[in-house]
Design a protein around this ligand. Structure first.
Ligand code: PMP
Length: 441
C-alpha cells in the first residue's frame, strides 16, 4: 500500500493548514482528536483491514469509515463496479437503474421494509422519517432516547451521544427553544419513563425514534422486552416507531440489530419506519428511509410529505451500495462475527491482565469497550458517562503509536470488518498488552 503514497505533506502540516481554513480543522467533529488529544492522521488510502496515512504509515483500521467498510476498504468488486459507473457519468438528476436495484435488494433482504426512499446521509434519512411520522399522525412531538444519535437535524440533537458526548455538549447552540420543546428526551431502557411520557402527552406524540441498539454512546443494547414494550405502547397511542439502523443496519447482523431481535418480538409489533446509512452506500454518500408502504407512500410525489434531493440515489453511490450488499454473504458475516469475537476477547484479556477495570459491550458483531468499573451492564447514557475517558485516551494513543487506528472517542463502537483476517488481528493483539499497561498507569 505504501508504494502509492508519494510526496505528501505530514499529518502535522495538513492539520495546521486545515485549522486555517476549516473550523476546528475537520469537516465532522468526530474526526478531531477532541477528547484524546494529539494530531489526527490524514489517510490517503485503505485496503481491506488497513489504512495508510499521508506519511506512509500503515495502521490496522478499527474505525471502518465509521461503519461503511463492512467488508474492508476498497473492496475489489465495489471498486470495479464504481469505476465502471463513474465512466458512464456521475449522475443525471433523473432516475437510473442502480437505485431501483438497490431499493429492490433492501426490500428483499428486510421483511419489514416494503418501500425505500434513497437520500444522501443518515441525517436526511432520520429527518425524513420524523417528518413522515408527523405527516402520518398530524401530531408534533417526537420521543428520542438520551445517548442515541440520529444525525444533526435540529430536533434530534438533544442528549445525542456520539460527537456531542465526546465534546461533553448537552445539545447544540442554534436550535430554537420551540424546536427543542418538540422532542421529549427519555432515559433508554426505562419502560416506566416511556409509559409516563405517553400517559402525559400521548395524543400529541407522532412517534418515537430509537437506535435499534444504541451504538453512539458505546454499545448499549435494549434490555430484553424493551423494544417490544416501546412498539406496544407507541402503537397503543397511535404513534409510530422509527428504528434507526444507520449504524447497525447490515452490520450488527445481516438484517441489522432489529433482525437479531425480531423473533423475540410478537408478530403484530413491528417498527413502522427504518433508517439506513453507512453500509448501505458502501462508503459513498447514500442513506435510506424505508418501511411500511402505506406510510412511505405519504412521500411526494404520491403524498403530502415533501422530501427530495439533487444527489439522492446517485448512481455511483447506489452502485457502491449494491456491490457491497451483494458481496455481504453468509461467509462474510461469519468472518465478521469471528473477527469481532476474537478481538473483543483479546481486548478484555489484555486489559484484565493489566488490571484495567473495563466492560466489553456487544450488539451482534459490534462491540465497544468501557473503561472503568461497571459491575453490571449500563442501561443508558447517565451510566456510560461515568467511564474513564482519560484512560481511554492513553490507551488510544498507545495503540495508534503501535499502528492500530481506534475510534478517537470512548463513546464510539469499534468497527471490525470481514477483511480483518488473522494477520490484521495479530497486529492488534500484539499491540494490546503494552497499551493496556499504559492505560493502567
Ligand atoms: N443515525 C445513527 C444511528 C448514526 O450512527 C448516524 C451517524 N453516525 C446518523 C444517524 C447520521 O448519519 P450521517 O452522519 O450520515 O448523517
Amino acid at each position: 500500500m505504501s508504494s502509492d503514497v508519494t510526496a505528501h505533506a505530514t499529518n502535522e502540516e495538513l492539520a495546521a493548514r486545515a485549522a486555517r481554513v476549516i473550523p476546528g480543522g475537520v469537516n465532522s467533529p468526530v474526526r478531531a482528536f477532541g477528547s484524546v488529544g494529539g494530531t489526527p492522521r490524514y489517510f490517503v488510502s485503505g485496503r481491506g483491514a488497513f489504512v495508510t496515512d499521508t506519511e506512509g504509515r500503515e495502521y490496522v483500521d478499527l474505525v471502518g469509515a465509521w461503519g461503511p467498510a463492512l467488508l474492508g476498504h476498497a473492496l475489489p468488486v465495489a471498486v470495479e463496479a464504481v469505476q465502471q459507473a463513474v465512466a458512464r457519468g456521475f449522475g443525471f438528476g433523473a432516475s437510473a437503474p442502480a437505485e431501483v436495484e438497490l431499493c429492490e435488494l433492501i426490500v428483499a433482504k428486510l421483511p419489514d421494509v416494503e418501500k425505500v426512499r434513497l437520500v444522501s446521509t443518515g441525517t436526511e434519512a432520520t429527518m425524513t422519517a420524523i417528518r413522515l411520522a408527523r405527516g402520518a399522525t398530524g401530531r408534533p412531538l417526537i420521543i428520542k432516547f438520551a445517548g442515541h444519535y440520529h444525525g444533526h437535524s435540529d430536533g434530534l440533537l438533544a442528549a445525542a451521544g456520539s460527537g456531542l458526548a465526546t465534546l461533553a455538549l448537552p445539545g447544540s447552540a442554534g436550535v430554537t427553544a420551540e424546536t427543542a420543546a418538540q422532542t421529549i428526551v427519555l432515559p433508554y431502557n426505562d419502560v416506566p419513563a416511556l409509559e409516563r411520557a405517553f400517559t402525559e402527552h400521548g395524543a400529541q406524540i407522532a412517534g418515537a425514534i430509537t437506535e435499534a441498539a444504541a451504538a453512539n454512546m458505546g454499545i448499549v443494547t435494549p434490555l430484553p422486552g424493551f423494544t417490544a414494550r416501546l412498539l406496544e405502547i407507541a402503537h397503543a397511542h397511535g404513534a409510530l416507531v422509527i428504528t434507526d439502523e444507520v449504524l447497525t443496519g447490515f452490520r450488527a447482523g445481516p438484517t441489522g440489530y432489529w433482525g437479531l431481535e425480531r423473533d423475540q418480538v410478537p408478530a403484530q409489533l413491528r417498527p413502522d419506519l427504518f433508517t439506513f446509512g453507512k453500509v448501505v452506500g458502501g462508503g459513498l454518500p447514500l442513506a435510506a428511509v424505508g418501511g411500511r408502504a402505506e406510510i412511505m407512500d405519504l412521500l411526494a410525489p404520491l403524498g403530502p410529505v415533501y422530501q427530495g434531493g439533487t444527489l439522492s440515489g446517485n448512481p455511483i453511490a447506489a452502485t457502491a451500495g449494491l456491490a457491497t450488499l451483494r458481496a455481504a454473504d453468509d461467509a462474510a458475516y461469519s468472518r465478521l462475527a469471528a473477527a469481532a469475537d476474537a478481538l473483543a476477547a483479546e481486548v478484555a484479556s489484555a486489559l484484565g491482565a493489566a488490571g484495567v477495570a473495563h466492560r466489553v459491550q456487544r450488539a451482534g458483531t459490534l462491540f465497544s469497550v468501557l473503561f472503568g468499573d461497571f459491575p453490571t451492564p449500563p442501561l443508558g447514557y447517565a451510566e456510560v458517562q461515568r467511564q474513564n475517558t482519560a484512560q481511554y485516551g492513553a490507551f488510544f494513543h498507545a495503540m495508534l503509536d503501535a499502528g492500530v487506528s481506534l475510534p478517537p472517542s470512548a463513546y464510539e463502537a469499534w468497527f471490525v470488518s470481514a477483511a480483518h483476517d488473522a494477520a490484521a488481528l495479530e497486529r492488534v493483539v500484539s499491540a494490546l498488552p503494552a497499551a493496556a499497561r499504559v492505560a493502567a498507569v
